[in-house]
Design a protein around this ligand. Structure first.
Ligand code: NAD
Length: 298
């Protein structure tokens, strides 16, 4: 890539991903709408520089990574980047956004002589910090191959799922299935405990039987069953209910546009939205256990 690597969006995920690019030896130019986040990153990693404006990144950088909350943020930022970007630049958007909007951005980029891949991630903040994210990528094969060295500096796997937007599709479908499995495990755990079986015994049964899944085995929602999961620290410090609700909203919108039926996803969306209504939006999404068990939970 010509010039430094640009990184825009230094939140829970992006700050860790940018740090791993720096540790891998890249010269990184960072930007966030909250300037103190860029200043904090530069203070911790003096080889990085903060850019005052998006246009500075567009002019200087041959490759630019964006890690922003939602579709509207990426549309605004990419719109401004494309006005000033170099021909032949590479845009990597790792935000989880609407697939059709992402594909439209890739088409606009191509018209400006810029390559773009959608590369949302799985793994959460711990994997972002450890550099073990999975990148779920959509785009052309040549654009994917250009992105791989940077993706490898931030993660341990990169899977090309199809053309532009396909990474967002696959990521949203993963989170749709995850949202549903978490509700299923919470429901089974609650019923079993109410009927007198100890939660750790139930978890052992699930994890050696056919209910076994990531929600039961690596992220059990029942408090005290596992160490180092949000359920055992008051549902703090994981993947927020607000972000899960956003992903389900995007998945269901894509389902409507394609006339696909997603009955369990629709129900799961209602449950996570209800958690937001009850003030649990900032809690980890496994707090759906609290919604289901109510006062029965320890
Ligand atoms: P976050 O809210 O912590 O960070 C977003 C950052 O973008 C903030 O620092 C914000 O100031 C910045 N920003 C917003 N608008 C901007 C603009 N116009 N210009 C520059 N900066 C701007 O969010 P996050 O948890 O880092 O998540 C980012 C994306 O990754 C989301 O799409 C989310 O769904 C996805 N994701 C998150 C996780 C997770 O566990 N947190 C896991 C997988 C995927």
């Amino acid at each position: 890539y010509l010039g430094p690597v640009g990184f825009i969006g230094l939140g829970n995920m992006g700050s860790n991903m940018a740090a791993n690019l720096i540790k891998a030896g890249h010269t990184v130019l960072v930007h966030d709408a909250q300037p103190e986040k860029a200043e904090a990153l530069v203070a911790a990693h003096p080889t990085a520089r903060a850019a005052a404006a998006l246009e500075d990144i567009a002019r200087e950088c041959g490759a630019i990574v964006t890690m922003l909350p939602n579709t509207a943020h990426v549309e605004m930022v990419h719109g401004r980047l494309l006005c000033a970007a170099r021909r032949g630049a590479l845009l990597i958007d790792s935000s989880t956004i609407a697939p059709a909007a992402s594909a439209a951005l890739a088409a606009r980029a191509a018209a400006a002589g810029v390559d773009m891949v959608d590369a949302p991630v799985s793994g959460g903040v711990p994997a972002a910090a450890a550099g073990t994210l999975t990148f779920i990528v959509g785009g052309t094969q040549p654009a994917f191959e250009r992105a791989v060295p940077l993706l490898n500096a931030m993660g341990s796997r990169a899977l090309l799922c199809g053309s532009a937007g396909a990474g967002c599709v696959a990521k949203l479908c993963n989170n749709l299935a995850l949202a549903i499995s978490m509700v299923g495990i919470a429901e089974g755990m609650n019923l079993g405990v109410k009927l007198g079986v100890k939660p750790e015994v139930l978890a052992q049964v699930f994890n050696t039987s056919t209910a076994r899944c990531w929600s039961s085995e690596s992220y059990n929602p029942y408090p005290g069953v596992m160490d180092n999961v949000p359920a055992s620290r008051g549902y703090t410090g994981g993947f927020t209910t607000n972000l899960m609700e956003k992903d389900l909203f995007l998945a269901l919108a894509a389902a409507r546009e394609s006339h696909s039926s997603t009955p369990m996803g629709a129900l799961a969306h209602q449950l996570y939205a209800l958690m937001q209504t009850h003030g649990s939006g900032a809690k980890d999404f496994s707090a759906v256990m609290q919604l289901i068990a109510g006062d029965a939970l320890p």
